[in-house]
Design a protein. Sequence first.
Length: 210
Amino acid sequence: MDTYTGGVIVGTTTPLQVLVADSDEESRLVLKELLRARGLHAQLVEDPNGLTAALRESRPQLVLLALPADPAEAERRLMAVSGYDRDVCVIALADDPSVETAVLAMKHKALGYLVKPVDEDALERAIEEAIEEKGLFVTLEQRLNREIGARLRARRGAAGLTLRQVANRTGLSISLISQIELGKSAASLASLYKLSRALHSKLSQLVDQI
C-alpha cells in the first residue's frame, strides 16, 4: 500500500489510514487523485448511511468528511465519526459552507473546515496540521527526516548562515536544502556530509540519538 511521506523515503511501517466519505462522485474522484499524488491511498465511501460500517472496517486515523448544507445531516455524519472514535482526525469538507456547519465542525473537534471544490494546497496543509496535532508520524523515515531537518536548521541559525550561503558552500540547491530542513525531503548521505561540513558540524551530530 502507498504511504504518505510528504516527499520522504517510503518506509515499511503501517501507512496512515484515510477514509474519504463523500456522496458526490466527482468530488470523490478529485479527492482520490489529490491524495494519490501525495502517496496516500484512501478508502472511499459514497453512501453516508454506510459511514459507520466503513469506519469499523478500515479503522482510519484520518477522515475527509463531506458535510451537506443541512445542519442536522451534517451533525449526524460528524457524530458517526466521533461515536466510532473521538481521537480520529476529521477534516470537514463543506458542500455549501455556512456558519451552522462550521460551528458543528468545531463542536465535534474537526481539525479543518475546507470549502468544496477543495483547494489542493489547503488540503495538503490541513493533512499536515492534522498529522502534527495528533502526532501521527506516518513512517519512521518521516520522523527521522523531520528531526534531522530540525537539527540542520538549528545549526544553520546558530552559524548565522542563510540558505543561499549554505547552497553556495555545498553546491546543493536552495530549494533542496529548504525541503531537507522542513523534513519534506530525504537527504542522501553525500548531501548530509556536505551540509555538515558547511555548518562546521560532525555528521554524527546530525543523526546521533534520534
